[in-house]
Design a protein around this ligand. Structure first.
Ligand SMILES: [Zn+2]
Length: 367
């Protein structure tokens, strides 16, 4: 469900990229004398990979309140701004007092980057799509943390999603948000949710989150803590985004799983119920709207089966990369996971989420 834009172009302009059209599923090629071109549609994963690698390479240590975090926000703004499509792209500043870590009790200045893709139909309905672009401060050498997995990967896909919907008519509005200071306790998403009016909350379609898409063995889509009622029955309306994502991934032949809710030995219950995820910006939204959290990890690994053990890859000691500057970087992850992993993951998540967004906001179908 991807639309390309037809534009008049001078004769010397490069014509349609056939391979891009194949990727986009475009079947008709206008080859008359009008020199019509179709804006080249990038291969899924390319734009996101560029964004992710640049964040890791040039904006390491983009921790809450730092000048690098601000520079990374400006970079994300640049990556989410496209020509004359009319999207509004703004930096929204916010402040908070850090409750933990090296900046405990200090007032932190941070910012979200918000892209508003206006719907054409005045439905009032808004879909929120987010990923945090900041990096963590848990390890002493956090200034060196590239955060390629957590969360340049999700930020990369976010930027690519904006690209894919650039110029595409959608009935409903999409707000793409790159959150600051997630690692300081979901601060960017909390500030964003606090800014929503009651009307915006009442008309929300839901929230899609992207966090840590690279290191983990498996791709997941999990719903939020609002998935079950007090009797333990699933609430269909609150898991609709997850269910749609699973159907789309199945149609695309891309393996997408849910938290299998394994109960650790000696415990009474799983860390989170079946199909429920945790621990990122979707949590700021899930008491007020349906959410789906995309991530890569391995919920079938112990000891706690809590999603924090990402992989059984022996080249990743301890089974996780998050927050560790010695592991969550391009050199180590490329060595451990192979050169192709990042593009594969960026591509898979971008394809699934592009389709998901297109359905939810009633995007104009392509020719
Ligand atoms: Zn993260």
């Amino acid at each position: 469900m991807l639309q390309t834009i037809v534009k008049q172009a001078p004769k010397q302009t490069i014509k349609v990229l056939a391979i891009a059209m194949m990727v986009a599923g475009v079947t008709a090629c206008n080859d008359d004398d009008s020199e019509t071109i179709i804006t080249p549609v990038i291969t899924y994963g390319e734009y996101g990979t560029d964004t992710a690698l640049t964040l890791a390479r040039d904006y390491s240590g983009r921790y809450m309140g730092s000048s690098t975090e601000l520079a990374a926000a400006q970079y994300m703004k640049q990556r989410m701004t496209f020509g004359d499509n009319g999207n509004e792209v703004i930096l929204e500043p916010f402040t908070f007092v850090a409750s933990r870590g090296p900046f405990a009790d200090q007032t932190i200045n941070s910012q979200n980057v918000v892209v508003t893709h206006k719907g054409t139909e005045n439905t009032g309905r808004i879909l929120y799509v987010g990923a945090h672009y900041d990096s963590a401060t848990q390890y002493p050498n956090y200034i060196d943390l590239e955060g390629l997995d957590d969360n340049a990967s999700g930020s990369g896909v976010l930027s690519e999603l904006v690209y894919h919907f650039n110029g595409v008519n959608t009935a409903d509005t999409i707000k793409f948000v790159a959150f600051g200071s997630e690692e300081g306790g979901l601060q960017g998403s909390k500030a964003f949710v606090e800014s929503l009016s009651q009307d915006e909350i009442d008309n929300a379609i839901g929230m899609i989150n992207l966090d840590s898409l690279l290191t983990g063995d498996n791709m997941y889509a999990n719903a939020g803590d609002n998935s079950y009622d007090d009797d333990g029955n699933e609430i269909a309306a609150n898991v609709k985004l997850r269910e749609a994502a699973l159907r789309i991934a199945n149609e695309l032949n891309l393996g997408l799983q849910v938290n299998p809710a394994i109960i650790p030995p000696g415990a009474d219950e799983p860390y989170k119920p079946l199909g429920v995820g945790c621990c990122s910006d979707q949590e700021s939204f899930d008491s007020i709207m349906p959410v789906v959290a995309f991530e890569a990890t391995n919920w079938s690994l112990g000891p706690d089966f809590d999603g924090y053990t990402q992989t059984d890859n022996p080249d990743i000691p301890g089974g996780y990369s998050w927050h560790n500057p010695d592991v969550d970087n391009e050199a180590v992850l490329t060595q451990a996971l192979g050169e192709e992993r990042i593009k594969q993951r960026m591509s898979s998540f971008a394809r699934i989420v592009t389709e998901l967004i297109a359905e939810q906001v009633q995007a104009e179908s392509i020719r």
